[in-house]
Design a protein around this ligand. Structure first.
Ligand code: PEP
Ligand code: MN
Length: 354
């Protein structure tokens, strides 16, 4: 896997409107971004995958020459979304520099394979957004399919995941998923797309800061010279000036640490290692007690699940947790996980003894 953006400043900024609407809109937006935001690539959607029909579905191929103009006038790489082989052909014919695969396409291995086949022999760089659903293997599969097509310059884009829970986000970040992706592919550049995570302008700074704290390679962020008039995603786009201000207010992590800081971090990490080992011992001891109880329950024909006891555990532990400043959601999730394992171990113990 190779980097698409080499030797560039950090964070790498990819920006432009959700959709290409007019030649003028692209020109004004690109000019603002290039003058103010240290832009590494200009994005615009040409074919828009809309959830419902009869909304603006993008200008289609007529917008491709507009992007060629932007590329020529400002000497900036341009990137568009492709969802099928025909899109890839159009993009190649119009000198598009980088392609991206959208969240609604990454979910479908047939579509990703169709794109991979169309890419064979081109070596054009491709950025792959996470699938809409919280499924890491679909994301990995899409990356593998594109890599196998011979397009080795690949980046991933984290744009959040659809979720049914009440959430302030349009797409919930579930940061553990891109973190796991990075663990699987240490050389892969991962970008964050705060625009589609947030769905509104207000949350953009905090999500962008979070991505910087996690050392993402850069941001793909939607910008429009007049967001309220945008034909798609009007609520989440910001002007180039607003983007400039937001970028200037982010705190960037140093990529290398000083010796003293390194020693301090190493000391803290070794203390954490010790605590984690103790945690495993404690959980092991707890499970042994659970097995003991399980044997007694089984002998006396008492059911495994004792609801009152479980309620009491939840109550007392969350109270203790909040005294220590732990979030009650976290304590509850942790206890549920432990309880699930305890029930499993007891039931398994019972069936083993039959
Ligand atoms: C987009 O970038 O405009 C877009 C449609 O994104 P996503 O595939 O993440 O929904
Ligand atoms: Mn969009």
């Amino acid at each position: 896997m190779e980097s698409i953006f080499n030797n560039e400043h950090h964070p790498v900024i990819i920006s432009g409107p959700c959709s290409a609407e007019t030649e003028e809109q692209l020109f004004i937006t690109a000019k603002g971004l290039i003058e103010n935001c240290n832009l590494s690539a200009f994005r615009a959607g040409i074919w828009k995958p809309r959830t419902r029909p009869n909304s603006f579905e993008g200008k289609g191929a007529i917008a491709l020459p507009w992007l060629q103009q932007i590329k020529k006038k400002f000497n900036i790489p341009v990137t568009i979304e492709v969802a099928n082989a025909q899109h890839v052909e159009h993009a190649l014919k119009h000198d598009i520099d980088i392609l991206w695969i959208g969240a609604r396409t990454t979910v479908n291995p047939f579509s990703v394979q169709e794109i991979a086949d169309a890419l064979k022999g081109t070596k054009i760089p491709v950025m792959i957004k996470n699938p809409i659903f919280r499924d890491l293997s679909l994301w990995v599969g899409a990356i593998e399919r594109i890599y196998q097509s011979g397009s080795y310059k690949i980046a991933a884009i984290h744009r959040g995941f659809a979720a049914h829970n009440d959430s302030p986000f349009r797409n919930v970040p579930f940061w553990e998923i891109p973190i796991e992706l990075q663990r699987l592919f240490p050389d892969l550049d991962i970008f964050c797309d705060p625009s589609h995570i947030c769905g509104n302008r207000e949350l953009l700074p905090s999500v962008s800061q979070f991505a910087m704290d996690l050392n993402f390679k850069g941001l793909m962020i939607e910008s429009h010279f007049n967001p309220s008039s945008a034909l798609s995603d009007a609520d989440q786009q910001i002007t180039p000036d607003e983007l400039k201000l937001m970028l200037s207010q982010l705190k960037y992590k140093k990529s290398s640490l000083k010796n003293g800081e390194l020693v301090q971090i190493e000391q803290l990490r070794s203390a954490i290692d010790d605590i984690d080992m103790q945690l495993i011992d404690i959980i092991y001891n707890r499970l042994n007690l659970i097995k003991e109880i399980g044997r007694i329950k089984n002998k006396s024909n008492i059911s495994v699940l004792q609801l009152n006891r479980w309620k009491k555990i939840l109550e007392t532990r969350t109270v203790k947790g909040s005294e220590k400043g732990l979030s009650s959601d976290f304590v509850k999730d942790l206890l549920e996980l432990i309880h699930k394992e305890s029930v499993r171990v007891q039931i398994e113990g019972n069936t083993a003894s039959h």
